[in-house]
Design a protein around this ligand. Structure first.
Ligand code: TYD
Length: 137
């Protein structure tokens, strides 16, 4: 089972020129899983919390492409909070980790690169069920 210590910030290359910066995420290259879905979260009202679930199989790269937000990671024993505030940093969240996202800055855009298509059955939505899932694994 993964712990929060298996989740890490991956520094993406920043290609700079006079006209600005560019970073890329490439399948099975700087992202260590097969990319099957990309989604993005935007227009987050001030003070909103999101997340509040774990995934049984899904892995994700989470990137603050604009603005900043906090990601709380919890493996049932250890907790850590990571502030994502650079478009060239990706947080790799492994499967089986509880996450919550909060403190979104105004106009923030959170891009998520995911290993699987959207599947509601992959979610563990209740924290008590997550604790049980972790202890039974
Ligand atoms: P959810 O995964 O709970 O978002 P967050 O973790 O940011 O709070 O999804 C919110 C809603 O969006 C939920 O009704 C499911 C839907 N959704 C999709 O339709 N497709 C997707 O790819 C995702 C991630 C969510």
């Amino acid at each position: 089972m993964n712990t929060v210590f298996d989740c890490s910030i991956i520094a993406l290359e920043k290609v700079k020129n006079r006209a600005g910066n560019l970073s890329s995420v490439q399948n099975l290259n700087n992202v260590p899983f097969e990319i099957n879905r990309i989604y993005y979260i935007y227009d987050v009202p001030s003070g909103s919390d999101r997340g509040g679930h774990a995934h049984k199989e899904l892995e994700q790269f989470v990137i603050a492409v604009s603005g900043a937000f906090d990601v709380l990671l919890d493996d049932g024993v250890n907790k850590t909070t990571i502030r994502l505030d650079r478009p060239n940093n990706a947080l790799h969240i492994k499967k089986g980790i509880w996450r919550e996202t909060r403190n979104f800055t105004s106009g923030c855009i959170c891009m998520v690169i995911a290993s699987h298509l959207y599947d509601p059955d992959d979610y563990i939505d209740e924290y008590e069920n997550f604790k049980l899932y972790r202890t039974q694994k």
